[in-house]
Design a protein around this ligand. Structure first.
Ligand SMILES: *[C@@H]1O[C@H](CO)[C@@H](O)[C@H](O)[C@H]1NC(C)=O
Ligand SMILES: *[C@@H]1O[C@H](CO)[C@@H](O)[C@H](O)[C@H]1NC(C)=O
Ligand SMILES: *[C@@H]1O[C@H](CO)[C@@H](O)[C@H](O)[C@H]1NC(C)=O
Ligand SMILES: *[C@@H]1O[C@H](CO)[C@@H](O)[C@H](O)[C@H]1NC(C)=O
Ligand SMILES: *[C@@H]1O[C@H](CO)[C@@H](O)[C@H](O)[C@H]1NC(C)=O
Ligand SMILES: CC(=O)N[C@H]1CO[C@H](CO)[C@@H](O)[C@@H]1O
Length: 291
């Protein structure tokens, strides 16, 4: 309190239109401090209890946030695939793709029965068309998403391939059907990409190189990606179709996925994962040998 006195003097001079303000506030302050001190003396236990409750609430809030982040690691940080060349990269590609598709961490196991508002299904958000092309699903009356329907209705029949007899079997990931299907899809997409690319531009000619894109949601100057990998190309093929992915590579014109995300984003997500094409065949075979 003593140290306040000279300051109050200064305040009075600088505040000379209201010379009384400084001294009245000082006495009011003094009264208030006394009141608080008395309150604390009388209610010390009460305030300790309040503090204790606040502390418990804070701990609980921190625990809730940690659990939330563990279940949804991609809410603040976009998942990025990074693993040594080969089988580890291929495994990591599937897990990163699953996280990007569902927004869930890959060990949550709930990811297999995620269905979005357009009927995209499972860890990899499969469409009716993909499961039709892979021989798992026969659409009713040949109507399916983007072919007479504006969503995936799953009104057709499952064929029984790999023991998957119904939509529910597929959602349950029975006999690992979703994991087998994504590996078969990569294999199929490699074939489609190869068939779509012109004779003088093999898939290999695009790999492990920078590539510049213009296109959907890309700023005027275009965007330069520093490393195109097979992982990135197959992730994009899954998102926009293999033929469209091949055309994007050749033209340097990047489309968006159904959510308005430029495919260059996905190419960047997988720029540090890579594997040889034969690894995809090995992965398909390893699942077939196991079952
Ligand atoms: C990749 O995943 C398969 C199947 O889940 C597993 O058998 C294999 O050990 C994994 N490989 C690596 C290098 O992580
Ligand atoms: C890729 O396509 C060419 C024809 O354009 C064909 O000769 C070749 O066998 C195909 N390769 C693979 C791995 O499918
Ligand atoms: C491939 O051939 C086409 C014409 O058939 C040509 O326009 C194009 O520049 C060629 N591309 C490469 C990379 O050689
Ligand atoms: C570009 O991105 C915005 C927001 O992310 C999205 O709403 C829009 O549909 C995208 N543009 C196209 C052409 O998809
Ligand atoms: C591209 O990424 C792959 C996988 O991380 C790596 O093996 C390769 O060396 C990279 N290439 C370039 C040119 O950065
Ligand atoms: C409504 C529609 O576009 N139907 C087409 C769906 O795809 C088949 C071929 O797979 C076409 O024959 C249909 O015309």
């Amino acid at each position: 309190m003593n140290s306040n006195e000279p300051h109050d003097q200064n305040d009075v001079t600088s505040n000379d239109r209201h010379p009384n303000i400084a001294s009245t506030t000082t006495t009011r302050k003094g009264k208030r401090v006394k009141k608080i001190k008395r309150f604390l003396r009388n209610n010390c236990n009460k305030s300790r209890i309040i503090l204790f409750h606040l502390f418990i609430l804070m701990i609980a809030a921190i625990i809730v946030i940690i659990i939330f982040l563990l279940n949804n690691p991609s809410i603040f940080i976009r998942p990025h695939c990074k693993a040594p060349f080969g089988a580890a990269s291929l495994n990591s590609t599937f897990n990163t793709l699953g996280q990007l598709e569902t927004g869930m961490s890959y060990n949550s196991n709930n990811e297999y029965n995620v269905v979005n508002s357009l009927g995209f299904t499972g860890k990899y958000q499969f469409t009716e068309q993909t499961l039709k092309d892979l021989g798992y699903y026969t659409p009713k009356d040949n109507v399916y998403y983007k072919n007479g329907s504006d969503k995936n209705n799953w009104a057709g029949k499952f064929t029984g391939k790999n023991g998957c007899n119904s939509y529910q079997d597929f959602l349950d990931n029975k006999f690992n059907v979703q994991e087998i299907a994504i590996r078969e899809e990569f294999q199929m997409d490699l074939r489609i990409i190869n068939d779509t690319l012109p004779q003088n531009q093999s898939l290999d000619s695009f790999l492990n190189k920078p590539l510049k894109f213009t296109g959907c949601n890309i700023s005027a100057g275009g965007v330069s990606l520093n490393n195109i990998t097979l992982a990135g190309i197959l992730a994009v093929a899954h998102l926009i179709g293999a033929a469209n992915a091949a055309q994007a590579l050749v033209s340097g014109n990047s489309p968006c996925d159904d959510m308005g995300t430029s495919i260059t984003k996905y190419l960047t997500d997988f720029s540090e994962c890579d594997f040889p094409a034969e690894q995809v065949t090995d992965a398909v075979n390893s699942f077939e040998n196991n079952s």
